[in-house]
Design a protein around this ligand. Structure first.
Ligand code: PLP
Length: 401
């Protein structure tokens, strides 16, 4: 029987379905990190034995990451998260151009890329935004056809954080590189793979990219640590000057526990990738089928094939995301909406608007993202909760004038 809002005791039941926002640090990762906060606290740049322990731990983490990316250890740069890796990639390359260049991004990039591109535009670079289809997927020729006669950084995300759309990065990179060869211009290809890690293969040789960003906290690692893969031979100016750590690319005393956590989280996520995909796809598909049956008018926004397995993205016409999220939260269900609150107004997400969605549907959208520990019971509970919240909100007089 469905629960009612009055019966809810959130303390007893938290159903976390927001794994695309962040994930809890898993036990194996925490265990690997803990010694580097205390007994093995040495600064990796110092000469005594405990510093050597920190250095070895970083080396080991770098090897783990390099093995997942199928690259050299010297091509792995640890950063302070996905946002920093994205900034470092796009700004770092654009700063090496002799003349202002083209910054080619898609309409549905994360703000870490969009706002970086906007900053570069102020410095005289030319930002070119590539459209997406109704599911959020970029057509590879739409990227190459927009490249001109300038040096360029192409930054197209591997998988989108809101709707889970997956792009054909190998084809985008191939066409962009071909254009670079034909024109004799420097075309450098970056992909933001923050949401793809643990879900899609990150083999950089197959992807054909020059730069790739990752973040630990989406795969049960710690927050505030990430990776930028920088292919050998790619010129990149450092964003942060200082002691020259990370082969002069990212100065600052290394976040040793964080780096250890990043390496461990990525290795585990890669080992469990097939199993994760199968399990979350089943949960997601079941969720979508049940929601469609229980809640009238639901629109499913995921691409039928090219979508991350664990993200369910829906719109409920006539309702707004925020009251639905509050109702769900009241029932102990954590999800997210496609809206970002800015002052008093709720702005629909640029991703959904970029996909051509109406403001009404975009405003009434919700994302549920499943994780490795999500259970069938969670799906059922969340569907019941959503169906009830929607029922209650539909029964209320409209709050908008
Ligand atoms: N890129 C994408 C696609 C993301 O989803 C996120 C995080 O939400 C980021 C970049 C930023 O990563 P971080 O939170 O590690 O700065």
């Amino acid at each position: 029987m469905a629960t009612t809002l009055q019966e809810v005791d959130t303390a007893s039941q938290i159903i976390y379905l927001d794994h695309a926002a962040t994930t809890p640090v898993r036990e194996e990762v925490l265990d690997a990190m803990l010694p580097y906060f205390s007994e093995a606290f040495g600064n990796p740049s110092s000469l005594y034995a405990i510093a050597g322990e920190s250095r070895n731990a970083i080396d080991e983490a770098r090897s783990r990451v390099a093995s997942v990316l199928n690259c050299r250890t010297s091509e792995v740069v640890f950063t302070g998260g996905g946002t920093e890796a994205d900034n470092m990639a796009v700004k770092g390359v654009a700063s090496t151009f002799d003349e202002p260049g083209d910054i080619v991004i898609s309409e549905i990039e994360h703000h870490a890329i969009i706002h970086t591109a906007e900053q570069l535009e102020k410095d005289g670079h030319h930002v070119i935004t590539v459209p997406v289809d109704r599911y959020g997927v970029v057509k590879p020729t739409d990227v190459s056809s927009r490249l001109g006669d300038s040096d360029a950084v192409v930054s197209i995300m591997f998988a989108n954080n809101e709707v889970g759309a997956v792009n054909d990065i190998p084809e985008i990179a191939r066409l962009a590189k071909e254009h670079g060869r034909k024109t004799g211009k420097n075309v450098v290809v970056h992909t933001d793979a923050v949401q793809a890690s643990g879900k899609l293969s990150l083999d950089v040789k197959t992807l054909g990219v020059d730069l790739l960003s990752l973040s630990a906290h989406k795969i049960h690692g710690p927050k505030g640590v990430g990776v930028l893969y920088v292919r050998r031979g790619i010129k990149l100016e450092a964003l942060i000057a200082g002691g020259g750590q990370e082969r002069q690319r990212r100065s600052g005393t290394e976040n040793v526990p964080g780096i250890v956590g990043m390496g461990m989280a990525l290795a585990l996520a890669e080992n469990e990738r097939q199993q994760f995909c199968q399990r979350t796809r089943e949960l997601r598909d079941h969720f979508l089928a049940a929601v469609t049956e229980r809640v009238s008018g639901v629109v499913v926004n995921n691409h039928p094939q090219n979508s991350l397995p664990h993200i369910a993205h829906i719109s409920i016409p006539g309702l707004e995301g925020e009251p639905m999220l509050l109702g769900l939260d009241f029932k102990g269900v954590c999800a997210s909406s496609g809206s970002a609150c800015s002052s008093a107004s709720v702005e629909p997400s640029h991703v959904l608007i970029g996909m051509g969605m109406s403001y009404e549907l975009a405003a009434g959208s919700l994302r549920f993202s499943f994780g490795k520990d999500s259970r069938e019971e969670d799906v059922q509970y969340a569907v019941n909760a959503l169906s009830e919240v929607v029922g209650q909100l539909r029964g209320m007089p409209s709050m908008t004038a």
